[in-house]
Design a protein. Structure first.
Lengths: 267, 109
């Protein structure tokens, strides 16, 4: 039975000529990672046993969170090692071909696109920025320095005690709403500043605390494609923002460079 | 590396989410021959975080975590608390409505 081929990504052939592939174990922990040339580009792959990684077996495996955790990180780590050496088009986890012929057909049909794409991402880096906030601090700040709320407080002070109880509860809700607005506007402002330095950017989904496992609330999640020459500026802007805002309960975190997971697209 | 010793296995949860959301959700999609169904990233992250937390804890305290893991227990306790909070909030809102109605009624001639 022919071996399956697991595709990690696509690199330019000339880069591989000048610097050999790092030695990596494949997805099954045994096979070797190697590259298959297709003219100007090369596919970085490993072989997988068809009996163990066929559709049915794979479905069983991916239902196991433990397995998926390990293998997703393997995929990412392999790509990171490659990315240290070459520009790379990173494939989504689990791109598998039934054999060499099938891989060749697919690559051939996308080749012009891939060459163009590699050219486009060569001098660029992908960075992810997340903003977390200490919700209490933001709420306190809003409660203390918000005009809408100040006015409301004054109104309440002049009310009868019976009415005050109700109005104070309503005020609390108002403070919550204003705090939500503040999180959004604060994050948007920072995003705009960073986006101005980027070639492309994308705002992503905020994850809840169950997912992040953090006490702080995620209020922004975005990714930027930067010219390599702009990275230094980007980092120094982030540093300044961190110095300025950490005290007030905003945690601005940046990770990268990542392989172009978000901006390399083939249609 | 693929033997389960990946250094990030016990890394911070934020990098866990980062990797899962990019590797499983993003990356270039060109059709492969084998269909791989991947669970929802959100659920998966929660699941993995629970597994990692329990393994860490078990190692740390050297005990049968599945019976005593304070993490799992505190999760359960938190959920319980959340339920109570929610119920409380609902009751408060109801009370508020009633009180508002009473206040309005009393102003009628």
């Amino acid at each position: 039975m022919e071996k399956l081929i697991y595709l990690y990504g696509i690199i330019p052939a000339e880069e591989n000529d000048s610097s050999p592939l790092p030695s990596l174990k494949g997805l099954d922990g045994e096979s070797e990672v190697y590259s298959i040339p297709f003219g100007e580009i090369e596919a970085v792959v490993c072989e997988l046993d068809a009996a163990e990684y066929g559709e049915k077996e794979l479905e069983k495996k991916t239902n196991d969170a433990n397995w998926l955790h390990q293998k997703a990180f393997h995929h990412h780590e392999a790509l990171m090692k490659l990315y240290e050496k070459y520009p790379i088009i990173p494939m989504k986890f689990g791109t598998i071909y039934s054999g060499a012929e099938s891989l060749k057909n697919t690559i051939d049909s996308h080749k012009p696109n891939m060459i163009e794409l590699l050219d486009g991402i060569t001098d660029k880096e992908e960075w992810i920025m997340k903003i977390y906030c200490e919700a209490d601090k933001v709420k306190d700040a809003v409660a203390g320095h918000n005009e809408t709320i100040e006015t409301k407080k004054e109104e309440i002070a002049s009310m009868s005690p019976g009415r005050q109880y109700l109005e104070k509860r309503k005020l609390n809700q108002l403070i919550d709403q204003e705090a939500e607005k503040e999180k959004q506007t604060f994050s948007e402002k920072i995003h705009d500043e960073l986006a101005a330095l980027s070639v492309d950017n994308e705002v992503k989904k905020n994850w809840n605390k169950d997912v992040t496992g953090r006490v702080e609330e995620m209020c922004w999640n975005s990714v930027y494609l930067l010219e390599k020459s702009a990275v230094e500026d980007f980092i120094s802007v982030i540093k300044k923002l961190q110095e300025k805002w950490t005290e007030s309960g905003w945690q601005i975190e940046v990770t990268g460079p990542w392989p172009s997971y978000h901006f390399a697209k083939i249609s | 590396m693929a033997n389960g010793n990946s250094p990030q296995t016990t890394a911070q949860s934020s990098s866990l989410v980062d990797v899962l959301e990019t590797v499983l959700d993003k990356g270039v999609v060109i059709a492969g021959d084998i269909r791989v169904g991947i669970a929802d990233v959100e659920l998966l992250s929660i699941k993995i975080r629970l597994i990692v937390a329990s393994v860490d804890k078990a190692k740390e305290i050297g005990m049968d975590w599945w019976e005593t893991d304070p993490y799992l227990n505190s999760q359960a306790a938190m959920q319980e608390q959340d339920k109570l909070k929610e119920e409380n909030q609902m009751l408060l809102e109801r009370l508020e409505k009633l009180e508002g109605k009473m206040a309005d009624d009393s102003r009628l001639p």
